[in-house]
Ligand binder design. Structure first.
Ligand SMILES: C[S@@+](CC[C@H](N)C(=O)[O-])C[C@H]1O[C@@H](n2cnc3c(N)ncnc32)[C@H](O)[C@@H]1O
Length: 398
């Protein structure tokens, strides 16, 4: 690190200061390329880290936990782990680690500058190895934040976590999960995506949650999604791990498939492998994937309360809007959404999701927007034709 010391600058995220590589030196044209720096730091992930701080605090409050031990086995500069320590009232110990020696040295430096040495353990090894070494200790939260896919770290993370522990996962291989490389998705996640339909983005997220659930099930454990979302270029999931056989039984019930009918654009979850009544050439089948709820209302309401108490991040409009959207869509988050372009296909023009939601609610149908797509509408009806009729009636009136 000494050689690169001059390249470091101090940044402040939330209430936390840390030294990170000066990314101006790794600019290509107008684009900053964090992966080219000697230690990885991506300023664009600040929102991810801020929301993670809120989520861990909300988790502790909701389930009445304190003195949490968080393991972040892919730490980079250590900024995420330090934020958990500095900005929550519930985290008392953080285990940080990075396989890269430069990163390891920078984590040590940042921990020292934060005077947090007595509350942090720092390792320089493979993340899976570290997680497996933690067996026998009580680990409350594991935060997996890798380059690309998190899949190789899920099994050791499940092994390390305690019953009712919190598993946080980032996946930046959104293209794979959304189906741009379907064979890769089948190999990596054991599930078939559906590419290039309006619902592809959420299918990818549900494949990821389903893959984690399947791994937990192999050990007779279950999972409960608390918040699974998409932002910019990544998926992020907060799942409670349930190390109880009865929870494994209920988890299985949330795994299934999704069919997409090309002629009508209808999407529908199915619990069993679809033996098609519809002509095969008209149907795409995705999955296996998670078919249950992906946002827990109590959890996101707690996040909202924590956010409102924190003056220093409350002003982040994007974060606030996301959390408000999560609250809005949580009760309907086990139902696929349709975009207004799908709903209005063939009607000659498109109405706004806001207007459509208003009309659906007036007609006594539960409906919400979704953070997944600004044109997306979740509604308490399965048949896209019903939504189309409501949209048509609005268009005829206007
Ligand atoms: C996306 S970065 C982590 C960013 C960090 N969590 C943050 O919020 O700023 C991924 C990090 O994982 C490290 N890494 C990659 N493979 C690893 C492995 N098998 N074990 C441990 N660390 C690894 C890389 O060196 C890199 O620093």
């Amino acid at each position: 690190m000494e050689n690169n010391m001059n390249d470091l600058i101090e940044i402040v995220e939330g209430k936390t200061r840390a030294l990170v590589p000066n990314l101006e030196k790794y600019r290509i044209g107008r684009k900053i390329e964090p992966a080219h720096a000697p230690v990885f730091y991506n300023p664009a992930m600040e929102l991810n880290r801020s929301l993670s701080v809120l989520a861990v605090e909300a988790y502790a409050r909701l389930f009445n936990y304190k003195d949490l031990t968080v393991c972040e086995p892919l730490s980079g500069t250590g900024i995420r782990g330090l934020r958990y320590l500095n900005e929550t009232s519930c985290v008392s110990r953080v285990i940080m680690n990075d396989i890269d020696e430069e990163a390891y040295k920078l984590i040590m430096l940042n921990v020292e500058r934060s005077k947090a040495e007595d509350r942090v353990e720092i390792y320089n090894m493979d993340a899976s190895q570290l997680l497996l070494n933690l067996r026998g200790r009580i680990i409350d939260v594991v935060d997996i934040d890798p380059f690309g896919s998190p899949i190789e770290f899920i099994y050791p993370a499940i092994r390390a976590l305690r019953h009712r522990g919190l598993l946080a996962i980032t996946a930046t291989d959104v293209g794979v999960l959304m189906g741009r490389y379907p064979q890769k998705c089948v190999r990596r996640y054991g599930a078939r995506p559906i590419y290039s339909i309006d619902y592809s983005r959420e299918i990818g997220l549900r494949i990821l949650v389903g893959a984690v659930a399947k791994m937990a099930l192999q050990l007779d454990y279950g999972v409960k999604p608390l918040l699974c979302y998409y932002e910019g270029h990544y998926y992020r999931c907060f799942l409670m791990l349930l190390k109880d056989r009865s929870d494994a039984v209920s988890t299985v019930k949330n795994l299934g498939y999704l069919i997409h009918v090309r002629s009508t654009s209808e999407v529908k979850f199915l619990r069993k492998y679809p033996i098609c009544k519809i002509a095969r050439r008209d149907v795409d089948v995705g999955g296996p994937l998670w078919t249950g709820s992906i946002i827990d209302l109590d959890f996101v309401k707690e996040i909202y309360d924590v956010l409102n108490e924190r003056e220093y991040i409350r002003s982040n409009g994007k974060l606030m809007k996301m959390v408000e959207d999560f609250i809005d869509e949580a009760p309907l988050s086990d139902i696929p959404y349709y975009t207004t372009s799908t709903i209005c296909r063939g009607l000659g023009t498109e109405i706004s999701s806001k207007k459509l939601i208003e009309e659906l609610r007036k007609a006594g149908i539960d409906a919400s927007r979704t953070h997944m797509d600004s044109r997306g509408v979740r509604a308490g009806v399965e048949d896209v034709e019903v939504l189309r009729e409501v949209a048509l009636s609005v268009l005829e009136r206007e």
